[in-house]
Design a binder for this molecule. Structure first.
Ligand code: NAG
Ligand code: NAG
Ligand code: NAG
Ligand code: NAG
Ligand code: NAG
Length: 386
């Protein structure tokens, strides 16, 4: 169908030195209520990848020039950061963790959730070590009997770093597809054999999960797409507006800097992260924790996102589409009308997606007030359908 104004989200950080209760950004802990195994995932991926068509950024003035070009109202026709497509076959290496409950419940552990985080984070988005009883989705899913595989996408966390001018939404989709098939085959699930696989995403992770089941309808039994909304043509939620809210800067120039090439961007500061992912009343220690774990984003991921094919009419599994009431990047700050637009039904015409809007939350729903209420709705969807 016509190109949708899908918007994705991401997050960022800098170092927190004065808040003793906040764990350091390097602790990739898994919850204590799971039997967890870490995997180095290696998968060969064939994808049609966009080719970056502009000079590489030299400094933040180049980034501002790009930002203005990308955000102008006619950018869809006037701005061409992608010069073409090429078929690429490449082996990627990512860091993944599989956890199964220490206390299994009625075989539910054979339903394996496969969680893909969004842009601006890594796998820690799902497994907060700050106030885990409030914010840790992995812990919550395990407590309710589900197994879960979560990973750092290529370019962030402990996964392989590829140039920000090379890693695209389409290659991330095909990599997720490979990982999903290997999870089903038991390659990364310890001694569990999955009977069902449910893709769980946040933001960019939701869009690649969605694109995966659109292209390969038998890939998974279901999908939980969080931090997501689908705007219709008249509900003009400019992706560009969310992009500007990130106040992106070269990842090498933020504080502290990231060791990446100039194709990676970071949040201008913690306030940019706040405007894009949180909603008032702000819980500042939570925002500071989120800032301490944020990751840079590849510019090619942004510009290739809207080229994903999201027509999932052949998918017959169960789908939950959900986000926070005030999600700025996905809904332009007000989600009820966007959800009323009904585009999710059009995209998933082979099934009937459930929807849920979490009151009071912004885009970063896992770090929002009453996040366990949000997790509870996801588990209710899982319990009801799998
Ligand atoms: C999705 O694809 C199907 C099959 O090609 C087509 O019939 C349908 O109109 C498409 N839906 C949208 C919303 O574009
Ligand atoms: C932005 O667009 C102008 C033309 O309007 C072009 O000269 C410039 O190279 C573009 N810069 C970037 C970084 O996209
Ligand atoms: C990529 O591969 C597809 C399928 O094999 C082919 O149709 C397409 O022309 C190729 N594209 C390029 C740019 O080589
Ligand atoms: C698009 O969504 C808006 C809500 O944001 C709704 O009022 C409008 O009727 C929708 N347009 C179409 C063509 O469905
Ligand atoms: C938390 O969210 C759940 C799910 O929407 C809701 O049922 C519950 O009332 C909320 N709790 C509070 C304290 O807002």
């Amino acid at each position: 169908m016509a190109k949708l104004l899908v918007t994705a989200l991401l997050a960022t950080f800098w170092h927190i030195s004065n808040v003793a209760a906040i764990p350091t950004s390097n602790d990739f802990q898994h919850p204590s209520n799971g039997v967890c195994t870490r995997y180095t995932v290696r998968e060969e991926v064939a994808s049609s990848d966009p080719v970056w068509g502009l000079p590489k950024f030299q400094d933040n003035y180049d980034v501002m020039s790009f930002l203005v070009n990308f955000s102008r109202k006619d950018s869809a026709t006037a701005f061409h950061p992608i010069s073409g497509y090429q078929n690429v076959t490449k082996t990627y290496e990512v860091a993944g963790t599989f956890c199964t409950p220490t206390s299994p419940k009625n075989g539910k552990e054979k339903t394996v959730l496969l969680a893909s985080h969004g842009i601006w984070y890594d796998g820690r988005y799902w497994a907060s070590s700050y106030k885990p009883d409030e914010y840790n989705f992995v812990q919550y899913a395990l407590a309710n009997g589900y197994s879960i595989f979560y990973y750092d996408r290529v370019g962030v966390g402990k996964s392989e770093k590829v140039s920000g001018y090379e890693i695209s939404a389409s290659s991330q989709v095909e990599l997720l597809v490979k990982i999903t098939r290997s999870v089903r085959a038991g390659k990364y699930t310890s001694d569990i054999t999955a009977s069902k696989v449910v893709l769980v995403g946040h933001s960019f992770g939701s869009y690649i999960s969605h694109a995966g089941i659109a292209k390969y309808p038998d890939l998974a039994e279901g999908a939980v797409l969080t931090g997501t909304a689908y705007a219709n043509a008249t509900d003009a939620i400019p992706f560009a507006i969310s992009f500007i809210s990130f106040a992106p800067r070269l990842a090498t120039t933020v504080n502290p800097p990231f060791d990446r090439d100039s194709g990676y961007l970071g949040f201008g500061d913690i306030y940019a992260h706040t405007s894009a992912f949180f909603h008032e009343p702000y819980d500042i220690p939570t925002i500071e924790y989120a800032q301490s774990i944020y990751q840079p984003a590849a510019v090619l991921e942004f510009v290739s996102l809207t080229s994903l094919n999201l027509n999932a009419s052949a998918f017959k599994g169960k789908v939950l589409v959900t986000t926070g009431e005030f999600d700025f990047p996905a809904c332009g700050g007000e989600c009820k009308s966007t959800y009323q637009g009904g585009v999710a039904d059009l995209l998933f015409s082979g099934t009937k997606p459930e929807t849920y809007i979490h009151p009071g939350a912004g885009h970063g729903v896992n770090f929002a007030a009453n996040a366990t209420g949000f997790f509870g709705r996801i588990v209710a969807f899982l319990d009801g359908n799998f």
